[in-house]
Design a protein around this ligand. Structure first.
Ligand SMILES: [Zn+2]
Length: 255
């Protein structure tokens, strides 16, 4: 991969380049040579100003789980929560997800996540569906078993359908009920309500909202983190030594 090493770029070695974190000049929206708009530099500075003071890199750089409360497990993957901001108004685009109007910036919050928290999130997501599948399986087993006499089956021709549909409904509701109980128990051990997480709360107070709109706290589980684009640079990359300002003059000479 060709790194971000184009010395002809006016943004070379600038903080703007580090924050954009494209990692490869070929993928960067900045032209390889020529004019860099001041709007872009200002937008990137605005993005940085809209983040919590201690940044968001610590979420994915942490070797410990950032979703655990109290004793923290070691990180084995990531839980990603996508957030959006109404700024910058100049580049507002219509999001296919959010119901909170148009969004400008989008950023993935990448929480380092332990095996235990990952397992809990998966159980909570799939329990109602697992309950329904199990309910249907029991309904089918009862239908094809010898349970119920021939007379009973003759008297109620719809019995198999009732057993399967009933199994589906009871299984789903039972799965849902168990999920509520587990959720209540597990929320003492981890940030199940993502809005209560200190970083998310700090972001929300600065105008960020869920990309999925409303109160959705959906987390996407992954083994590898996203490592390109706004909000993905490490603290070390963001605190390197930079040229003080983008070199617009050099760029204009290239025109
Ligand atoms: Zn954890």
């Amino acid at each position: 991969m060709k790194p971000a090493n184009n010395i002809n770029c006016p943004l070379h070695k600038t903080e703007t380049c580090a924050v954009m974190h494209m990692r490869n000049c070929k993928r960067c929206p900045v032209p390889q040579q020529g004019v860099v708009s001041r709007d872009l530099v200002e937008d990137v500075a605005l993005f940085s100003s809209l983040l919590p003071v201690d940044g968001i890199a610590k979420l994915f750089e942490s070797g410990e789980c950032t979703l655990c409360k109290g004793a923290k497990g070691s990180s084995t993957g990531f839980a990603i929560y996508d957030m959006a901001h109404a700024e910058p108004k100049r580049i507002q685009r219509k999001s296919i997800f959010t119901t909170q109007g148009r969004s400008g910036f989008m950023v993935p919050l990448q929480f380092a996540c332990c095996k235990k928290c990952r397992g809990r999130l998966l159980w909570l997501e799939y329990l109602p569906m697992l309950g329904a599948i199990l309910g249907v399986a029991i309904g089918v087993l009862l239908t094809i078993s010898e349970a119920g006499t021939v007379e009973l089956k003759a008297a109620f021709p719809a019995l198999p359908l009732v057993l399967v549909a009933g199994g589906l409904l009871v299984g789903f509701l039972l799965g849902h009920a168990i999920r509520l109980i587990l959720r209540h128990r597990w929320k003492k051990q981890m940030y199940l309500d993502i809005h209560a997480h200190p970083t998310v709360a700090a972001m929300e107070s600065m105008g960020w909202f869920s990309v999925f709109g409303g109160n959705t706290g959906r987390l996407v589980l992954t083994k590898r983190r996203i490592n390109q684009g706004l909000g993905t640079a490490t603290d070390a990359e963001l605190s390197a030594e930079f040229w003080p300002e983008p070199d617009f003059d050099a760029c204009n000479n290239n025109e």
